[in-house]
Ligand binder design. Structure first.
Ligand code: FE2
Ligand code: FE2
Length: 138
């Protein structure tokens, strides 16, 4: 892959990471349960680390996808918080696949792929776990 198309990929990744960071911050703010809040904050922190990783390659700050932020951070939780988490779990899976397809030979990004797959598992546990799922208000 040439340098210009690589950089475009990295900017796209960076933009998704900052968007996800802001969505998780927002979901965490909406959550009253302490352990769930902590988990969402941890994921938000990870997404910010991913953003910073890409920034080292692009040397620029990028803005989030505002529509995605609005949709998953404001509209979805208004409909159902559980549904919002379910959608985020799906996006984690998508991020994982996109990174796997585009990254492995280009940068030392395996740790990000591992993080995204862990996020998916964590959200899955929240949604499957009886105690936590009761605390996620419909
Ligand atoms: Fe990420
Ligand atoms: Fe993630």
């Amino acid at each position: 892959m040439n340098t210009i198309s690589l950089k475009l990929f990295f900017i796209e990744f960076q933009r998704n990471e900052i968007t996800d960071h802001l969505i998780y911050c927002r979901l965490s703010n909406l959550t009253k349960d302490y352990s769930l809040k902590e988990l969402l904050e941890k994921i938000a922190d990870d997404e910010m680390k991913h953003y910073s990783f890409w920034k080292e390659y692009t040397n620029k700050d990028v803005k989030p996808y505002y529509f995605k932020l609005f949709w998953y951070g404001y509209i979805m939780p208004f409909v159902s918080k559980k549904l919002a988490l379910r959608f985020m779990k799906r996006l984690e899976n998508y991020a994982h696949l996109e990174y796997t397809a585009n990254l492995l030979n280009e940068v030392e990004g395996q740790w990000i792929i591992n993080d995204e797959s862990l996020h998916e598992k964590m959200l899955n546990q929240v949604l499957e776990n009886d105690y936590l799922s009761k605390t996620v208000e419909e």
